[in-house]
Design a protein around this ligand. Structure first.
Ligand SMILES: Cc1cc2nc3c(=O)[nH]c(=O)nc-3n(C[C@H](O)[C@H](O)[C@H](O)COP(=O)(O)OP(=O)(O)OC[C@H]3O[C@@H](n4cnc5c(N)ncnc54)[C@H](O)[C@@H]3O)c2cc1C
Length: 435
């Protein structure tokens, strides 16, 4: 690093999530082979990557974070890119530089000062978080599962509360706000945790832990076909979850949730899992165009509308194709966009060749209710388009999404070995964290 804390890269990717880490890995490997990409830098506020669609399992403790995270430093070494730790703090489009915030240790001590990073092409892929729409009390009283750290903190809290509940005989009412895929999957996973804990001799937990799912829309899983939403509701209710639809949370209080109709849901632990918005740092970021959810507006080439050297992909971007509504914030979209840029950025950088328009192939959406069930609605692509899947096949398809991502990051051999290790661990390790 130069004395004035300036780093330089040909492609600078900010955000090493589903989209960003796949892109950094593919371009890094290509750069190492002399593939005309130049130097690839990945900036991330966190030190390790986790496949975000599994955060609800990490939060419930039914998956062990340590076994599923990929440290950026290790991936950078293996794939041939440079990792820059720290969060995006600013952008200077004229100088083609971003500012990376100082990196702080756990007690607030500055480990690394602010740095500037110069780019030839910048790719923003900093994902999204739940959107509490400013509901009073949501920030203060709700847990979240937006990131690796949130999910790990949630897992610790729920284990402590379960222990407390066992020792002092208190009850533990839990409530989740948001009946989309995140809320529904988390609810089922928490039932699984309760069942596992009960099987370890803590039978009292079955009656002491209760779960309520609050959704403002008229049904669950609005992004899925209606029959999937209805079948999911039936399954969750059969698992003992109290499902409330058409109920808007208007305030979160210490002891529960205040509803628009004046009702109150008692809950010691509340989780906000509704809505999607991009990180606030994108608002007014050197005048790039954003929508009300802070997502960067991009055109079909994934370039931002006001700067052709700046690309955005995944949840932090908004792309409307052919007058349709914007693509949903899913791992499927993030992965396809990363693949598109991985294919076309090298020629763009080497020869200034235009990026061709991105086409989205909708393979459908899947939702997994822990070990109890899974549903899938196949999309508009493929021979089975429009079909609804249920049970093992849907669960297996859900698992394959993760395994495909692992294979892209680590290669087919290491990816398969990791799958085998997970299968062995499932046989020999406790099914939930009890530490
Ligand atoms: C519980 C849950 C279940 C889900 N299930 C599914 C599913 O079944 N199928 C599906 O398709 N999708 C699912 N999703 C959605 C999916 O996870 C996201 O659409 C996908 O992860 C988006 O990828 P991304 O690369 O845009 O962002 P992410 O994967 O979220 O990555 C963003 C990265 O940016 C980093 N970052 C954030 N802010 C900054 C900053 N200021 N500076 C630097 N770095 C920053 C973060 O640390 C992170 O590494 C689920 C999401 C959740 C929460």
């Amino acid at each position: 690093m130069a004395a004035d804390n300036l780093l330089e890269g040909d492609v600078v990717i900010v955000g090493g999530g589903v989209a960003g880490l796949e892109l950094a890995t593919t371009l890094g490997r290509r750069a190492r082979r002399g593939g005309g990409v130049g130097k690839v830098l990945l900036v991330d506020a966190d030190s390790a990557h986790v496949w975000k669609p599994m955060l609800h399992t990490i939060a419930a403790g039914t998956r062990d974070l340590a076994q599923h995270q990929t440290p950026y430093l290790a991936q950078a070494r293996d794939a041939g890119f440079t990792y820059v730790p720290g969060g995006l703090a600013g952008l200077d489009r004229e100088r083609q530089e971003i500012t990376v915030a100082p990196l702080e240790g756990p007690s607030g001590q500055v480990l690394l000062p602010a740095r500037r990073v110069r780019y030839r092409a910048l790719v923003l892929a900093i994902g999204s978080q739940a959107n509490d729409f400013g509901v009073p009390g949501a920030q203060a009283h709700c847990l979240r599962i937006d990131s690796r750290r949130d999910a790990d903190a949630f897992a610790r809290t729920i284990r402590e509360r379960m222990l407390q509940c066992l020792s002092d005989g208190s009850d533990l009412p839990l409530a989740i706000i948001g009946g989309g895929a995140t809320g529904v999957e988390l609810a089922a996973e928490l039932v699984k945790l309760r069942d596992i804990a009960a099987s370890y001799g803590s039978e009292a937990l079955r009656s002491r832990i209760s779960l309520t799912l609050v959704e403002s829309g008229e049904r669950l899983l609005a992004a899925f076909p209606e029959d999937v939403g209805n079948a999911t509701r039936e399954k969750l209710e059969a698992l003992g979850i109290h499902v409330m639809t058409g109920q808007r949370a208007v305030a979160i209080e210490r002891d529960g949730i205040r509803l628009k109709d004046g009702g109150h849901v008692r809950a010691t632990l509340k989780v906000w899992a509704a809505g999607v918005k991009a990180p606030a740092v994108l608002n007014g970021l050197d005048d790039l165009e954003t929508n009300p959810a802070s997502q960067l507006i991009v055109g079909r080439t994934l370039q931002t509308t006001r700067d052709a050297r700046i690309f955005a992909m995944g949840d932090c971007s908004s792309l409307a194709l052919n007058g349709h509504k914007p693509l949903p914030p899913t791992a499927q979209v993030a992965h396809q966009q990363a693949t598109h840029l991985a294919k076309h950025l090298p020629a763009y950088l080497a020869r200034g060749q235009a990026i061709p328009p991105f086409s989205y192939h909708d393979f459908g959406a899947l939702v997994s209710l822990a070990d109890y069930d899974a549903f899938g609605a196949l999309g508009r692509t493929g021979v089975l388009k429009g079909l609804t899947l249920r049970g093992r096949l849907a669960r297996y398809s859900h698992e394959l999404l993760y395994r495909g991502h692992q294979a892209r990051l680590h290669g087919p051999v290491k990816g398969t070995l990791l799958w085998c290790i997970d299968a062995l661990n499932a046989k020999v390790r406790a099914p939930a964290r009890m530490d």
